[in-house]
Design a protein around this ligand. Structure first.
Ligand SMILES: O=C1O[C@H](COP(=O)(O)O)[C@@H](O)[C@H](O)[C@H]1O
Length: 396
């Protein structure tokens, strides 16, 4: 999507993070950041670049009165949004002596921070990877001026992914969540240039209710999007209704298993690789139907899981496992509105116990993670401090 197409959707430009300084960070006059680059507060950004090799020709940084922002020359979904790296910690500043209660910490380099004997609440003894995203360039946070602008940004993100996948292998796979995400999907309707005949749509989770129930994620997606676009019905893969929850999970995994790799490729571990998974964020930090400190978070042996005692009604659900989610090529995590401000801040800025905030376990193994926030949901963030080792990590 081009910049003018953005204008068509009325996507406003870069809303400033709260407390972003008196001067507007001059994205129009980006300063190249890298070895030897200077900034208004010394060599901090240059150090980061040198230590991590993360800031390269593709990344421009702007430093202004302590306000650090990184503009990534990436997809057009990122244009018009404020972009920052999440909790960016250079290797030399990794904390020493991580509290043992944090469990195992596998660093991106393969180094393992002190392993604790603690199993982590509800994790059944299988430690999850927890790492600081200092070496990967695959996390970004986009902040838009309004919920409508989030919808437009998301539409362009999906549109670009769809075009790339269809060009590459003649098919595009999109996985939807339920809940408030639906509010952001309508800009996809009528978007030009989408070859919907090649689309295959899935559900990251479902409540175990009839598809006619207002609680059904299929019903919600159908009403807001699927019934309004020309995706062949046989390419919309609903999670089966009227089955015991364990059978429904197995049946859905079977649906995935039966698909040709031209439609749903697999990675080296044999896990399906979806082109785009769109996740919502629950107020307790849950994603899909993966709730805080529940055993499903530790599951590594199944693609699709039954949930029998969800803390959020309805109690019976079916959900993708974390390994399946994390195998995706692109994950878009969407949170809008003031009601999500507190949890967005906790997930992005507070390092928690493994399992306490499932959204922190969304760590694509080879793909990318993009957060889509509006000003209201991002209001508690201190993006302007994310480059500062004094403020992050907060666990030290
Ligand atoms: O129950 C669910 O909750 C999450 C988040 O929903 P939200 O309404 O708070 O945005 C949703 O992503 C998931 O698909 C759904 O089943």
């Amino acid at each position: 999507m081009t910049a003018s197409a953005f204008a068509r959707f009325g996507v406003s430009c870069a809303a400033q993070p709260r407390g972003a300084g008196r001067q507007t960070p001059g994205l129009a006059k980006p300063r190249q950041v890298g070895r030897g680059a200077t900034s208004n507060n010394g060599t901090a950004l240059a150090d980061l670049a040198q230590e991590n090799g993360a800031v390269n020709g593709a990344v421009n940084g702007v430093q202004n009165e302590g306000v650090a922002q990184i503009a990534v020359n990436g997809s057009s979904a990122e244009k018009g949004a404020t972009i920052s790296r999440i909790n960016y910690i250079p290797r030399s500043r990794w904390p020493k002596g991580i509290p043992p209660v944090m469990g195992a910490h596998l660093m991106p380099s393969g180094e393992v921070a002190p392993v604790s004997t603690s199993k982590g609440a509800g994790l059944g003894g299988i430690p999850h990877k927890f790492f600081y995203p200092d070496e990967k360039d695959n996390y970004s946070v986009l902040q838009f001026g309004s919920p409508a602008a989030v919808g437009s940004g998301l539409a362009s993100y999906v549109q670009e992914a769809s075009a790339a996948a269809i060009k590459e292998r003649g098919a595009f796979t999109l996985v939807l969540s339920g809940g408030s995400l639906f509010k952001a999907l309508s800009p996809l309707i009528g978007l030009p240039g989408l070859d919907l005949s090649k689309w295959h749509v899935f559900f990251v989770d479902e409540r175990n209710v009839p598809h006619s129930s207002p609680d059904s994620n299929f019903k919600g997606a159908n009403e807001v999007l699927l019934s309004k676009v020309a995706i062949p019905r046989e390419q919309i893969y609903a999670i089966k209704e009227h089955l015991p929850v364990k059978e429904a999970a197995t049946e859905y995994a079977g649906q995935l298993l039966r698909l040709e790799e031209t439609v749903l490729p697999r990675n080296a571990e044999g896990l399906p690789v979806f082109d785009v998974i769109l996740l919502g964020l629950g107020p307790d930090g849950h994603v899909a139907s993966l709730f805080p400190n529940r055993s499903q978070l530790a599951a590594t042996d199944a693609w699709v899981l039954p949930v029998e005692n969800s803390p959020k009604p309805p109690p019976e659900r079916i959900t993708f496992s974390l390994p399946l989610i994390n195998s995706a090529k692109q994950i878009g995590l969407v949170a809008m509105g003031e009601g999500k401000a507190e949890i967005v801040q906790r997930v992005l800025e507070v390092q928690s116990l493994p399992g306490a905030l499932p959204a922190q376990l969304v760590r694509p193994t080879a793909g990318s993670l993009t957060w889509f926030l509006d000003v209201a949901s991002a209001q508690n963030l201190s993006m302007h401090k994310w480059e500062s080792s004094k403020d992050f990590p907060r666990s030290t």
